[in-house]
Design a protein around this ligand. Structure first.
Ligand code: URA
Length: 242
């Protein structure tokens, strides 16, 4: 149980003082009954709470999948650039979601956002090896040698040896290849650096899956949706939280 004014203040309905005034006016309804005491205890998870005739949007934890567009950074705040949080409606942003790991500014595709610290922690911890699949365009012809290098584990410029990954070749020509890359870690610029080690450059990168979650093909770049209960559960299973 929580205080009604605290629940509403956290959701951006005003200060506790302002909420007290709203309550006195009789515009707050809890489970069909006008609640004039803003200090009343409520259970926002199980109760229906209305303010001015509108049902509040309440979640204990929020889980979103965003199709991240180019040019937006995976952070909650930035002085110069637009962040992924700037793309999220105030109704969801009120829960203070943050990105699960990072995609580069020019990488597009699946980015999860949540305020569930424990799940986030496990999803980005190397220990749980959550697989990520990327679609990439490379400025060169990608071949079997490259595939073998991925299987063996590529050594990056700083000497770090990646875990074995998978490189699937979708199409090849002299100066352009399309590939699908599966990696189990999430080092800084990892996919780009893996190709740099092979003397090739990533010119387009899109994340398609993160562990059990696939990017919803109905989402245009810049669009997002809540994860379904089943998807959240699949994530929990993937990192042994259930
Ligand atoms: N690897 C990269 O190089 N960049 C990303 O954004 C994600 C993986």
């Amino acid at each position: 149980m929580e205080r009604l004014d605290k629940v509403l203040a956290n959701l951006g309905y005003g200060s506790r003082k302002e909420i007290k005034v709203l309550a006195k006016k009789g515009v707050i309804v809890v489970d069909g009954v006008i609640q004039k005491d803003s200090a009343a205890q409520v259970n926002p998870e199980s109760s229906s709470i209305e303010v001015n005739g509108e049902k509040i949007f309440y979640r204990k934890n929020i889980y979103l999948m965003l199709n991240k567009p180019d040019g937006v950074i995976s952070a909650t705040e930035d002085n110069y650039d637009k962040t992924v949080i700037d793309l999220i409606d105030a109704k969801y942003a009120a829960f203070n979601p943050f990105p699960v790991g990072r995609l580069d500014k020019d990488t597009v595709g699946l980015l999860l956002l949540t305020n569930d610290g424990e799940l986030n922690h496990r999803l980005i911890a190397p220990k749980w090896h959550v697989d990520k699949v990327y679609y990439a365009k490379i400025d060169a012809s990608v071949d079997e040698e490259d595939q073998k290098a991925f299987e063996k584990g590529i050594t990056l410029d700083d000497g770090y040896k990646c875990m074995p990954g998978n490189l699937e070749i979708l199409s090849v020509s002299d100066n352009l290849s399309e590939v699908k890359v599966t990696i189990h870690e999430g080092k800084f610029h990892q996919v780009k650096r893996m190709f740099e080690s092979l003397g090739k450059h990533v010119i387009y990168l899109k994340r398609e899956t993160f562990g059990p979650i696939k990017l919803d093909t109905n989402l245009e770049e810049g669009e997002y949706r809540e994860l379904t209960e089943e998807e959240v559960n699949q994530l929990r299973v993937a990192v042994k939280l259930v």
